[in-house]
Design a protein around this ligand. Structure first.
Ligand code: PMT
Length: 411
């Protein structure tokens, strides 16, 4: 039976003044149903959009709307709540609360308590596309990420301001998945070293151009977060991506497949679990001139040579007790493609996910995926958040490790 990680957990649900504030009611309702004590905290603007009494009816708790509410209700005194809470979930999170949190402002209950708490903080941003893309907001997001705050979404879509683009609050079930990882206290990967490849590689054509793909690093990020939540020491070898691996994971930046192969080869001997989520370029230009190439008025032919197969090498060099996990992004029949890939790369688990025009996968928050194990038993995960994929992967990895001897060389 699946463990309920929410039971008896205290969660602060910070709701800020986005039009998506009404969606926080669904979050409050679901977490309460799962057994969490949810303290709803509404900023002044949020309370204009959704009535505090709605949250009170859903959660059975007094909603905090002002700094001095604790004078009437000592149970919501901010220092006490900050130390009791297992999680601060800010959904929706406006550009304003992100700016306040990044700069340490403390002018209301929520921003003040965010400075006090040592609980994990998860922001689900929602705002107009231009506000989201603004360098000030992006700088604030980077600052908060570097400090160890977590993010889920936003996604792209039609916004209330009638524009289309990134900034829409990601669906509440996806927010809950991310939140449940953070309130989870499983430690079935304690003392295990997990190595993850993530993102795309870039193969230079000349000093300014390269061949690459659409991998965003989100899958690698979700895997790292899940492995850390279960107590593992995590190293992420990442191609250039917009999102940094989560705080607490060791990060090794690479650009090309050859650099990735070298970084993996160095780390593999001391690794218990290797998860290859990166989209590695199979080929690179045979020659990359050191000067920028000019138009010639003639068709250009590229000669490509094969890159090292990073996971393939790990399969042939695997040590006793190591668990290997591969990913495969496919456009055809997932199961058939997966079985074929397993024949070439005999990993313990293979996550086969659907990609292609109009499909989820690269850059999205979710995957349409199957998991095949070493004996080619298939589990269809369906269309789920990348957090759920990560959880399913490490459930199986932990199970597999329980049945194996430990890796020999821990230095
Ligand atoms: O980063 P996101 O935007 O979140 O997207 C996630 C993802 C779609 C990139 C991810 O879910 C995924 O599917 N990763 C594998 C991409 C892929 O197509 O792999 P592949 O079929 O080319 O390779 C199969 C496996 O071998 C992969 O584990 C890959 O990391 C590995 N490989 C491939 C080529 C190579 N030269 N070296 C490798 O190690």
């Amino acid at each position: 039976m699946k463990r309920n990680t929410w039971n008896n957990r205290e969660v602060v649900l910070g709701v800020t003044g986005s039009i998506a504030a009404y969606k926080a009611c669904e979050l409050a309702s679901r977490m309460t149903e799962l057994g969490a004590k949810v303290i709803p905290v509404l900023t002044h603007s949020a309370a204009e959009l959704v009535g505090p009494s709605t949250f009170e009816a859903i959660t059975g708790q007094r909603a905090v709307t002002a700094m001095f509410d604790s004078l009437q209700n000592p149970d919501v005194e901010h220092i006490t709540v900050a130390s009791r809470a297992s999680l601060f979930l800010i959904a929706p999170a406006t550009a304003n609360i992100l700016a306040k949190a990044a700069n340490g402002l403390a002018d209301d209950w929520l921003s003040t308590t965010l400075l006090v708490t040592r609980a994990p903080i998860l922001f689900a941003p929602a705002m107009n596309t231009n506000m989201y893309a603004h360098p000030a907001t992006q700088a604030n997001l980077n600052t908060l990420r570097a400090r160890g705050c977590h993010f889920v979404g936003p996604e792209s879509g039609r916004l209330a301001c009638r524009t289309v683009g990134p900034g829409r609050l990601i669906d509440p079930p996806v927010i809950l998945e991310a939140a449940s990882l953070l309130v989870d206290d499983r430690d079935d990967l304690a003392d295990k070293r997990v190595l993850i490849t993530s993102g795309a590689t870039r193969e230079a054509l000349d000093p300014v151009r390269y061949l690459s793909n659409r991998s965003s690093g989100k899958m690698g990020y979700a895997l790292a977060l899940e492995a850390m939540a279960r107590g593992a020491q995590v190293t992420v070898i990442t191609g250039p991506t917009e999102i940094a691996p989560p705080h607490g994971a060791e990060r090794i930046d690479i650009e090309t497949a050859e650099e990735m192969a070298e970084a993996v080869a160095q780390r593999l001997p001391e690794t218990d679990v290797f998860v290859a989520a990166a989209a590695v370029a199979d080929y690179r230009p045979a020659h990359a001139p050191s000067v920028k190439q000019k138009r010639t008025g003639q068709p250009l032919q590229l000669e490509l040579v094969e890159n090292p197969d990073v996971l393939g090498r790990a399969c042939s060099q695997r040590k006793h007790g190591q668990v290997l996990v591969g990913f495969a992004a496919e456009t055809g029949d997932l199961e058939e493609m997966g079985r074929e890939k397993l024949r070439n790369k005999p990993v313990d688990l293979l996550v086969v996910n659907r990609v292609g025009p109009g499909q989820c996968g690269f850059g999205a928050g979710s995957l349409d995926a199957l998991i095949l194990d070493g004996s080619a038993t298939v589990t269809d995960l369906g269309h789920v958040g990348k957090e759920t994929v990560a959880q399913a992967v490490f459930d199986r990895v932990a199970q597999s490790l329980r049945g194996r001897a430990p890796t020999e060389t821990h230095i």
